[in-house]
Design a protein. Structure first.
Length: 251
């Protein structure tokens, strides 16, 4: 299928095939040294760390203790099956064992390897409160096969959507994909979602973020995890990531 981009989107479209090819890459990595165990930090009374979320200067969404000594970042694509597998296997133990303890924070940075479909889903997940972004993203990942089926089954409708004027094309793409009902069931009304998808500067910001993460942070595939500023090459599953958290002191 073909897509039409403004100048900021053109760079993303050119970069996307490389990132797509690296989705789920299984390169090997060396082990980090074992740090001293980190003490748990209680959330403020009446709150929980898993329900605490902030937007970071890098335009990620951070969940947990913002001052946690162990900082986990995921560069994730909402259309990436390997990211979806990580969400299915790892999100709940990550929250329950590590984020709720205050030892670890988790930051999601959207990396749009599949171009406009990725951008639409990321923008819809960010259309409500900051606290809802990661739970909504988790829901997308856990229902990825169902969500993506209309995209694969009817590519002509996507071509038609992307030929609309810029202010209309992403809302039209969401309509073609049947995304409105999914998000409405999870608190984002269709009118709210259309308004978010018509915000061209916000869409361009998400596209520019992907380009910036690729060039500045050296990210070329999803999921890519960074732990305390160190990229964990080849770590793309919960079974591989949890030992890294424990070596960093989350135990």
């Amino acid at each position: 299928m073909t897509f039409s981009f403004s100048r900021p989107f053109l760079a993303l479209a050119m970069a996307a095939p490389l990132a797509l090819g690296a989705c789920g890459d299984n390169a090997t990595t060396g082990e980090s040294s074992r740090a001293e165990a980190v003490a748990a930090v209680s959330a403020p009374q009446g709150t929980s760390w898993r329900d605490t979320a902030t937007t970071t200067p890098e335009n990620g969404v951070l969940v947990g203790n913002p001052d946690a000594p162990i900082k986990l970042v995921e560069y994730g694509s909402l259309t990436c099956p390997t990211c979806a597998r990580f969400a299915e296997e790892g999100m709940e133990p990550l929250l329950a064992k590590y984020i709720d303890s205050g030892r670890v924070s988790y930051e999601l940075r959207n990396f749009a390897v599949h171009g406009p479909v990725d951008l639409v889903l990321a923008r819809m997940a960010r259309c409500g409160t900051t606290e809802a972004v990661v739970p909504l993203s988790d829901q997308v990942w856990k229902n990825l096969g169902t969500l993506m089926a209309p995209i694969y089954d009817n590519p002509a409708s996507l071509d038609g959507a992307m030929n609309q004027p810029m202010e209309q094309r992403f809302a039209a793409l969401a309509q073609a994909g049947g995304f409105y009902d999914f998000f409405a069931q999870r608190g984002i009304s269709a009118d709210q979602a259309r308004a978010c998808l018509s915000d061209v500067p916000a869409m361009e910001k998400l596209a520019d973020d992907t380009q910036r993460y690729a060039t500045s942070d050296g990210i070329n595939g999803t999921p890519t995890f960074m732990l305390n500023g160190r990229v964990l090459d080849g770590i793309n599953s919960w079974a591989a990531l949890e030992p890294e958290l424990q070596r960093a002191g989350a135990r």
